[in-house]
Design a binder for this molecule. Structure first.
Ligand SMILES: [Fe+2]
Length: 316
């Protein structure tokens, strides 16, 4: 095989001055990453979700990202992140008072908005003997009408990959597949010290079923984002890679070998395997923005401070 490469970039969080919050630095960081990726000339780009700052409430942010990605000189493939479509569903009380976790659950309407812009959130294709499969993991465990069809699709991919084996199979989801190990018990969102472990990965019932699908599908690599900290796990012969954000770092303290340096990952495909190269941003912006971070309650979204008008979805 002639070596070739693909890039995984995630949590680019491109925002808009029409919004109640905007950090131009995130957008500048994306442009820096974008130029570096173009320079590397990969065959294709995988975008691991959280493409926008608030894509779940501002469709215009998703549309701007689509326009940007569409200008790249190679194809891109994207899965939604929780800031694009809503979070994994919560079934137990959260300890957080600064956010309403139940109100952040993924909804069918938000998923439809994303898919209206980017097309189906479940896709699989083969490029030069590598199968790439992506899906919206936040649907799993949600009980939404989209959940059972997604499980059936995932199981069908496992059958398809087994029937038509490729040299490698790369999966992409937004959440981390797990935090420490695939069979770890559920983390408790009701406790301060386990809230983020709960937040960043699926619960055990979903995870077990996913792991079986990955194994049956001959998975070699499972790509994730969401955490904004780079971390690699090898489990059951499958490489699980969480890639960093280009926008802002998070959770750098969670693993002794975690690295929250901003950047992206290039994989070079050879007969010997998938070579891993972390590419840090050539420089990072320190431009400051406005508005609250995290998941502000709706009444704290003040569009009157927007740099440009017209962002308030309530204002029509
Ligand atoms: Fe993110």
């Amino acid at each position: 095989m002639q070596p070739w490469s693909f890039v995984h970039v995630t949590d680019i969080h491109i925002g808009s001055p029409r919004s109640f919050r905007f950090n131009p630095g995130y957008n500048e960081n994306w442009l820096i990453a974008r130029a570096q990726i173009v320079e590397l000339a990969p065959d294709l780009l995988l975008v691991g979700g959280d493409v926008a700052r608030d894509g779940n409430i501002h469709t215009y942010e998703l549309e701007a990202v689509r326009e940007d990605l569409g200008g790249l000189p190679f194809p891109y493939h994207v899965v939604p992140g929780n800031m694009d479509t809503g979070n994994k569903h919560i079934y137990r009380p959260s300890f957080r008072t600064d956010r309403d976790d139940r109100a952040l659950n993924i909804t069918s309407a938000q998923l439809r908005h994303f898919e209206a812009v980017f097309g189906s959130s479940s896709w699989s294709f083969v490029h030069k003997q590598v199968r790439f499969s992506g899906f919206c993991d936040m649907i799993l465990g949600s009980g939404l009408p989209e959940e059972e069809p997604l499980w059936r699709w995932l199981e069908a991919q496992a059958e398809l990959a087994a029937a038509e084996p490729s040299q490698y199979h790369v999966w992409m989801m937004h959440s981390a597949a797990f935090i420490e190990r695939p069979d770890e018990p559920d983390w408790d969102p009701g406790q301060a010290d386990t809230y983020h472990d709960w937040y960043f990965a699926p619960d055990l019932a979903v995870r077990r079923r996913l792991m079986e699908i990955f194994r049956a599908s001959g998975a070699d690599l499972v790509l994730s984002g969401h955490v904004h900290c780079r971390k690699r796990h090898l489990a059951g012969g499958i490489q699980f890679d969480i890639s960093p954000s280009t926008a802002f770092p998070q959770w750098g303290h969670r693993w002794p070998d975690g690295d929250d340096t901003l950047g992206f990952v290039r994989y070079t495909v050879t007969d010997a395997g998938l070579e891993y190269d972390f590419v840090p941003l050539a420089r990072t912006s320190d431009t400051k923005g406005y508005g609250p971070s995290g998941h502000p309650l709706p009444h704290l979204r003040d569009y009157s401070i927007a740099d440009e008008t017209g962002g308030d979805p309530q204002a029509g």
